[in-house]
Structures are given as structure tokens and as C-alpha cells.
Design a protein around this ligand. Structure first.
Ligand SMILES: Cc1cc2nc3c(=O)[nH]c(=O)nc-3n(C[C@H](O)[C@H](O)[C@H](O)COP(=O)(O)OP(=O)(O)OC[C@H]3O[C@@H](n4cnc5c(N)ncnc54)[C@H](O)[C@@H]3O)c2cc1C
Length: 390
């Protein structure tokens, strides 16, 4: 009896492969699919609920909101906005409230919970456009703009357009540039106070209904009231990498003591936020790519969001730029059917200068917030009287 040879498995091919299902990757897929084009998103997570997506994002009119309009999702976004979330308080480290703004509902930077924004993007896509459990480990050019992409499970696929939307530690970026993120010297230690009005009334009073900054001496607390009534707080400090490596942040009591020590000369009601922290502390080192990063056009591959221009969060623009990049790339691809290179060149001609300007702004904000007299300078920025030479 003759046995039939098993056919060699064919390598799957995706016309457009978007690596990363964060804000940028999902919005790009939405714009393309809504426009009648093909797109598949690959993400390393096991599913949409694999990771909690904490934190509030203020979405700016000219970038993030414009992108959501392009994606046909602005009404869904408005329905999820946190009422009152645009309120702002600024304290100095001595405990004086130096600025307070109520949310009058007229602001152009509405706040949304990051998890809600991601959920509405996910809900706008067909399940067939999402490939979970797909950790990309590398990619290689095959010529004529095609790439072969390798996944951690050992499988490969090919694509006609490879988009790196895979964040700070992008596996696609090395195809375009050897540049990588560097530590800014600032770290956040993140913590939460749950059910604040009932369980942490003093902290709730300090932070108010929206965003709160407490600044001084190269340190600070950056905090938000979340839609679920919790307070999400970052203790921010200038910290050498060796200092971070020397501490075990999984030991909550040791970390609390470390931070109480670091904030020893702060007003008691601000320092007291640390006493009330629940569920421990999570360290987050703030990294950035070189400001003004560009690359020469490489056929069939590009980047967007943090993969293209990771910056410190001090201008509050990273998520907004990620959405704007995605809308611009999607629009360019739909405007140049059959000419991917023309679309990528058009997209990158907008991406590079916008990212350079915003990265410079983020770096200047970092210097301001962690430099001399930061509370007053931040208030000057809010009131439009800020002079960077001051
Ligand atoms: C502490 C902090 C506070 C911030 N606050 C603000 C703010 O207030 N306002 C604002 O505008 N921005 C803020 N940002 C910045 C903002 O979060 C980012 O700029 C934004 O999320 C970038 O979106 P993205 O889609 O480019 O990347 P990400 O949101 O990082 O998404 C990347 C996706 O890629 C996936 N992925 C990664 N590697 C791989 C791989 N190898 N294979 C497959 N999938 C992969 C990940 O699972 C993830 O889903 C903040 C950032 C930080 C760190």
C-alpha cells in the first residue's frame, strides 16, 4: 500500500499585520476595517481581560478626539467620559493649595478610564481581527516589502505590511532603527486607595474630584480620582537605577517605610497618602526614546505610538499621539490603495515632526516638574503665564 505524503503546512499570510493591541494598534485596525481594508492585530496577552488597564487619560481635542472621530467612535467615547474628571488641584510640598480649578464641563480635555477606552476599541472590531497569545519575537525582510514574523510558540507568518504598535520595547523597531528607550532618571511608585470617600476621606479631600499634583524638591505625588471612586496615585521621585534595584518593592511595608523616609520633609496630609496605600506598591521606571527619532523608509514596515516615540508622561500626550498616529496611518493607507510605500511616506512625514515637538514638550515638562519651584511654574502653565526661561 502506498502512503500519501503529508502536504507541507503553508505559511499563513496576512496583508496587514499590526503587532500590539494597545490603543494605537486597535484604533488603526478599526480605521482600516471600517474603510473596507484588511487588518489583523497580534497581541501577546491571553485575551482582552488579561491585564487591568488602570489610570485616567485626558483625551485632547486636536489629537486623541480627532482620531476617535476618524474611527467613528467619538459618541461612544463621550458616553464613557468621567464627569468632573477635568478638575485640577496643585499643592506645594509644604502643604499649601496653590491652585484649584473646578470641572465646569466646558473643558476640551475630557478624562476617560484607560480600560474603558480600550474596551470600546475592542468592541468596535470583529473577533476575527484579533489574535491573542501571539507574542512576536522577531521579524525578517523577505524582499519587495514583505516580512516573515516569528511568534514565541515557534510559528511564523508572512505579511505585506508590518506595523509595530507594540509599545516601548517594540520587537518591530529594530527593522527601522537601532535606537532604544533610556531611563529618564524618574520613577513612579504606583498605589491605590479604594472606595476613597468612605475609607480614605482625608486623602479624597486632598486629591479632589479629578487630577492632583503635589510637587517640590524633585519629587511629587501625581494622582487621579478614578471612575470607581478609588484614588490612583504615583509617588514620583528622582531615583538612580541602583537605588531601585536595591529594594524589594513586593514587600509593601518595607516600601512604605522607604517612601515615608523619601518624603520625610513633606506636609503631613500629603505624606499621609502613603500611610493609607492598599494592595502594595508597583515601581514603574520612566523611559524615553531619543526626542526627534526618525528612520529611513524601509519598504513594508512602520511604527506608531510608543514604539515610534516613547516619551515621559509629563505632557500627557502619549496616548493622544498613539491614537492620532493610528488615525493618520489608517487614513493614508486607505487613500493610497495598492501603493503602501506612498502611504507610509505620507504618514511618516506627519509622524516625525509631531512626535519631535511633543517629545521636546514632554522633556521640558519633566524638567519643570522636578526642577526649582515646580508648583508655581505648573500653575503658570495652567494659567498661560509660564515662561520656560523663568
Ligand atoms: C505611568 C504612565 C502614565 C501615563 N499617563 C498618560 C496620560 O495621562 N495621558 C497620555 O496621553 N498618555 C499617558 N501615558 C502614555 C500612554 O500610556 C502610552 O503612550 C500609550 O498607551 C501608548 O499606546 P501604544 O498603543 O503605543 O502602546 P501600548 O499601550 O503600550 O500597547 C502595546 C501593546 O503591544 C502589546 N505587545 C508588546 N510587545 C508585544 C510583542 N512582542 N508581541 C505582541 N504584542 C506585544 C502589549 O501587550 C500591548 O497591548 C502614560 C504612561 C505611563 C507609563
Amino acid at each position: 500500500m502506498t502512503s500519501t505524503p503529508t502536504p507541507a503546512p503553508t505559511t499563513p499570510h496576512y496583508p496587514v499585520a499590526i503587532i500590539g493591541g494597545g490603543l494605537s494598534g486597535l484604533l488603526l485596525a478599526r480605521v482600516l476595517i471600517k474603510g473596507g481594508a484588511d487588518a489583523t492585530v497580534f497581541d501577546l496577552e491571553s485575551g482582552p481581560e488579561a491585564r487591568t488597564q488602570g489610570g485616567m487619560l485626558d483625551i485632547h481635542e486636536e489629537t486623541g478626539q480627532a482620531a476617535l472621530r476618524t474611527a467613528g467612535l467619538h459618541a461612544e467615547f463621550r458616553a464613557k467620559v468621567h464627569p468632573g474628571g477635568e478638575a485640577v488641584r496643585v499643592w506645594d510640598k509644604a502643604g499649601a493649595l496653590v491652585h484649584e480649578e473646578a470641572d465646569d464641563g466646558e473643558g476640551d480635555r475630557p478624562e476617560i478610564d484607560r480600560g474603558d477606552l480600550r474596551a470600546l476599541l475592542l468592541a468596535s472590531l470583529p473577533a476575527s481581527a484579533l489574535r491573542w497569545n501571539s507574542k512576536v519575537t522577531g521579524a525578517r525582510p523577505l524582499g519587495a516589502g514583505r516580512h516573515e514574523v516569528s511568534l514565541a510558540d515557534g510559528t511564523v507568518f508572512t505579511t505585506g505590511l508590518l506595523v509595530g504598535a507594540d509599545g516601548a520595547w517594540s520587537r518591530v523597531r529594530p527593522l527601522l532603527t537601532p535606537a532604544g528607550p533610556a531611563y529618564t532618571g524618574i520613577s513612579f511608585i504606583e498605589f491605590d486607595l479604594m472606595d476613597a470617600d468612605a475609607r480614605h476621606p482625608e486623602a479624597a479631600e486632598v486629591i479632589g474630584g479629578g487630577m492632583c499634583f503635589a510637587l517640590g524638591g524633585g519629587q511629587g505625588f501625581l494622582a487621579h480620582r478614578e471612575t470607581d471612586g478609588s484614588l490612583h496615585i504615583y509617588a514620583a521621585l528622582q531615583a538612580p537605577e541602583e537605588w531601585l534595584e536595591a529594594h524589594d518593592f513586593s514587600d509593601a511595608e518595607q516600601t512604605r517605610e522607604l517612601l515615608l523616609d523619601a518624603f520625610a520633609d513633606w506636609a503631613p496630609h500629603l505624606r499621609g497618602l502613603l500611610d493609607e496605600a492598599e494592595h502594595g506598591f508597583v515601581p514603574r521606571r520612566i523611559h524615553a526614546l531619543p526626542a526627534g527619532l526618525t528612520w529611513d523608509r524601509v519598504p513594508g514596515v512602520t511604527l506608531l505610538g510608543d514604539a515610534a516615540h516613547l516619551m515621559s508622561p509629563f505632557a500627557g500626550e502619549g496616548a493622544n499621539l498613539a491614537l492620532a498616529d493610528a488615525a493618520d496611518l489608517g487614513t493614508a493607507l486607505l487613500a493610497h490603495p495598492g501603493d503602501t510605500e506612498a502611504a507610509l511616506a505620507a504618514y511618516e512625514s506627519v509622524l516625525f515632526p509631531r512626535a519631535a515637538d511633543t517629545a521636546a514638550m514632554s522633556a521640558a515638562s519633566l524638567d519643570m516638574l522636578f526642577g526649582e519651584d515646580p508648583a508655581r511654574r505648573l500653575v503658570d502653565m495652567f494659567t498661560g503665564t509660564y515662561d520656560p526661561q523663568d
